[in-house]
Design a protein around this ligand. Structure first.
Ligand code: KIV
Length: 271
């Protein structure tokens, strides 16, 4: 493992400047070297090594099973490819909830072993001790409120969050708590657009939405969803920019046919 830390072009400070001048922030997930290279070359501002790797890379139905070692493996593969974008790594379930010392140890492992720029954590007041301890070590944190997939077993559904007044008020309180603690940014997932706009306008730190409407300071999507590699997941907030599932399926089917027929390799494809 390399011990040289890269200073990437997009920093947490750059993101706050972007918010201040009203420039929208683009963010996508990546979990491996080849995909991260494409995203970085395309000029993405933030790459999230999301624990959605549990779903799209490993085939789990929730993000709960992914481990710290597995997140570190994905994050290392991504950071090797990235020169420009800020790289944020999800702290997986069980590595920070309810124990701030364990949380700090987990965050330190991510920062030392992956060369990432920051970590992301789900939750508000309940995880404030862990947030404060990690921040006190100089590790930048992005918060995550609204739909928090690591708590799926508590809520039992992936439906829109904070539709009722009490939950919306708690989300607003939590957003302010995270900002006050020193988080550099916040993800809001699957909440009403008016609430996304309100939180974004009240906070000074950048707010990145996924299913939180167009009034947030930026947008994030899971790369496999926006490229159409996954097919079964079709929430209203998802815009698909490609149909890679069918392009890849067709390519592999043609390869199989060419191998079977003896058409591949031809004269010019051999030594
Ligand atoms: O893990 C993930 O991909 C995320 C995004 C949905 C924000 O947390």
């Amino acid at each position: 493992m390399s011990t040289d830390s890269k200073t990437r072009v997009v920093t947490t400070y750059r993101l706050s400047e972007m918010k201040a001048r009203g420039e929208k922030i683009s963010m996508l997930t990546a979990y491996d070297y080849s995909m991260a290279r494409i995203l970085d070359s395309a000029g993405i501002d933030v790459i999230l090594v999301g624990d959605s790797a549990a779903n799209v890379m490993a085939g789990h139905t929730t993000t709960v099973p992914i481990t710290l070692d597995q997140m570190i493996y994905h994050a290392r593969s991504v950071t090797r490819a990235v020169n420009r974008a800020l790289v944020v790594v999800d702290m997986p379930f069980g590595t920070y909830q309810g124990n701030s010392k364990k949380a700090l140890a987990s965050a330190i492992r991510i920062m030392k072993e992956t060369e990432a720029d920051a970590v992301k954590m789900e939750g508000g007041e309940e995880i404030l001790d862990s947030v404060e301890r990690i921040l006190s070590a100089g590790i930048p944190i992005m918060g995550h409120l609204g739909l928090t997939p690591q708590s799926i077993h508590k809520y039992g559904t992936y439906t829109v969050r904070a539709k009722d007044e009490a939950e919306a008020q708690k989300l607003i309180r939590d957003a302010h708590l995270l900002e006050k603690a020193g988080c550099f940014g916040l993800v809001l997932e699957k909440i009403p657009a008016v609430l996304g706009t309100k939180v974004s306008s009240e906070l000074k730190i950048p707010v990145i939405g996924i299913g939180a409407g167009g009034g947030t300071d930026g947008q994030v999507l899971v790369i496999h969803d926006m490229l159409g590699i996954t097919q079964e997941f079709s929430p209203r907030f998802l815009r698909r920019y490609a149909d890679l599932y069918n392009i890849m399926l067709d390519s592999v089917q043609r390869y199989v046919a060419d191998v079977k027929s003896g058409d591949f390799p031809n004269e010019s494809e051999q030594y």
